[in-house]
Design a protein around this ligand. Sequence first.
Ligand code: FAD
Length: 442
Amino acid sequence: MFVAVQGDDENYIADFPLLCAQSGIAAHPVDLNEARNLEPALSDKLIAAYAVDDAAVDPFRLTLDNIAQAMDTGAGLFRFTRVAGFTIGQSKIAATQLINTQTDEEFQIQANVVVNAAGAWAAQVAVLADIPIHIIYSKGSLLVTQNRLAHRVVNRLRLATDADILVPGGTVSILGTTSVRTPTPDAIYPEIEEIDRIIEEGVMMIPALETTRYIRAYCGVRPLVGSENGDDDRKVSRGYALIDHTRDKVENFITITGGKLTTYRFMAEKTADLVCQQLGIGQPCQTRTEPLPASASAQWTDPGLAPRQWMKQNDPDDLLLCECEMVSQNSVDQIITGMGKLNIPLTLEAIGLRSRVGKGPCQGTFCSQRVAAYLYDRGMFNDDQGLANLRHFLSERWRGQHPLLWDVSLIQSELQEAMHCGFFGLELRHTEKPLDEQLPDK
Ligand SMILES: Cc1cc2nc3c(=O)[nH]c(=O)nc-3n(C[C@H](O)[C@H](O)[C@H](O)COP(=O)(O)OP(=O)(O)OC[C@H]3O[C@@H](n4cnc5c(N)ncnc54)[C@H](O)[C@@H]3O)c2cc1C
């Protein structure tokens, strides 16, 4: 639903249906009372509402399903592995140097064609082959609420600017975003002034955003490829860039970057077509006609599934390890079995990526230690392995919590500190920099 509130540009609102029609998008006007019936959290200062087709993705599931399908069709996957360099000879990449960032193991692979799909890092990878790509980096921050505030995607009906979208994400809502130019895609953080701005703007659409509890803030960088457009990155095209580096005298090297997640399969199709052309393969790409199959490895990312299974089984021995998101021992067992089949190292983080563990209102305060204790009980963690895992898992959770510390979140973080530092001594090690030295001044 697209909604406008008092004070929004009435010319833009008037033009909206025509502009949608010109773009082939069906936009249906919604009576204001009906809009508030459908979405009771909407402001009573509403002046226009339109319904359009829209959707949201589960990014964990999408990623795991893509990995599973690629591996089912013969792909190999190197986890935690960074491209560190290329050996170039006779205008081709002869070998790609790789480093496992967890073990520091170095190795190399030879490929007939190399595709650089490193997103916002595409320029950093291309430069390893001595090829410059001009990318503008636009950081966007988002906030996650403790509860879900709207049934559907709610957009502000105005020219794209900060905090104009509230997206449902299972049991939560996600409010965003910003657009802040940044010099590199690395070392980025949601900044407090961005968070204040997101909430101030969001409240105009959904007043409950003023008092709701936020459990996380996070950010990402959009790689914008194209011409300079002054200072407003929202005016730079969100189109994708598919570059055949034959133009840079490296014949078997392709970069795909930019675009939108919505268009990722289209981008993949165009890239695969170019790879096939270089390899002399005439078979048509199936991405357009074959839907992405649901994989077993992604089944526990759905917030509703673990509780449904747990209640259906009604097994008094199947204890809940995560009460916020109702993740039981049994579902953790299934995740571990699935990971074992794929030789994925057992860590709390890996379990968290495949389930709702750590994603609920307690942000891992209770479930992290319960899951760790369960893994000790099953003999899967030994010695201080669980503590090291807890430290890593909780630092990742903390990254999303520290910009949001007020009110109930502050109380929750005090509890978390008392539990994890009090019980387990999980303060930073002396060799580690204190967090405020790791973060930029803001
Ligand atoms: C704030 C924000 C909001 C957005 N909102 C939307 C939206 O509403 N709708 C929409 O459709 N799209 C949206 N997008 C865009 C969408 O998220 C991106 O288009 C999409 O995720 C890009 O996917 P990708 O695979 O190209 O890049 P990425 O997901 O960035 O993947 C690149 C990968 O390359 C890896 N990598 C980097 N360097 C190396 C190296 N040297 N060696 C090996 N691997 C490396 C990285 O670790 C990363 O995993 C948004 C983006 C942001 C930042």
